[in-house]
Write a protein that binds this ligand. Structure first.
Ligand code: RP5
Length: 163
């Protein structure tokens, strides 16, 4: 899945991560941000991961969102190969409910940053929103959309009241 000239790359370790990572893609679609989504595994296709990370900057990507579960090396390895901001999404694993993913992604050594989000769909959604906020620093139209989004969210909470 790819728009022309994508600004955000959404990658994941397995097609089984898509159920989670589609939340990030939904946000990018909602804000009209050009993006692409691919399966790039740190363990099963390490050469593809290397090429993706090394070529990302020259291809015009500005943010990479990387989701993985279990021994979740993908976000950290990609961050070690690029200077683009990398947002890591811990996918909820079957064995340990994503705690393994979270710790694998969050506990990076100093010098190789990964912005780690929450486990699962909330993390994926917030990774999408954080990518939009990063792009919003230099894109006034996106910044306006973020203000509208925030206001609409607040209104929807107020409208629900106590149900
Ligand atoms: C990781 O292993 C993937 O990110 C996925 O979350 C997990 C399980 O992958 P599958 O066995 O479902 O392909 O690399």
């Amino acid at each position: 899945m790819a728009d022309k000239n994508p600004l955000v790359g959404v990658i994941m370790g397995s097609s089984s991560d898509w159920e989670t990572m589609r939340e990030a893609v939904h946000v990018l679609e909602e804000f009209g941000v050009a993006h692409e989504a691919r399966v790039v595994s740190a363990h099963r296709t390490p050469e593809d991961m290397f090429d993706y990370a090394k070529e990302a900057e020259a291809r015009g990507l500005q943010v990479i969102i990387a989701g993985a579960g279990g021994a979740a090396h993908l976000p950290g390895m990609v961050a070690s190969l690029t200077v683009l901001p990398v947002l890591g999404v811990p996918v909820q694993s079957r064995a340990l409910s994503g705690l393994d993913s979270l710790l694998s992604i969050a506990q990076m050594p100093g010098g190789v940053p990964v912005g780690t989000l929450a486990i699962g769909t909330s993390g994926a959604k917030n990774a999408g929103l954080l990518a939009v906020r990063i792009l919003g620093n230099t894109d006034e139209a996106l910044r306006r959309k973020l203000h509208n989004y925030r206001e609409a969210q607040a209104e929807s909470v107020r409208a629900k009241g106590l149900g």
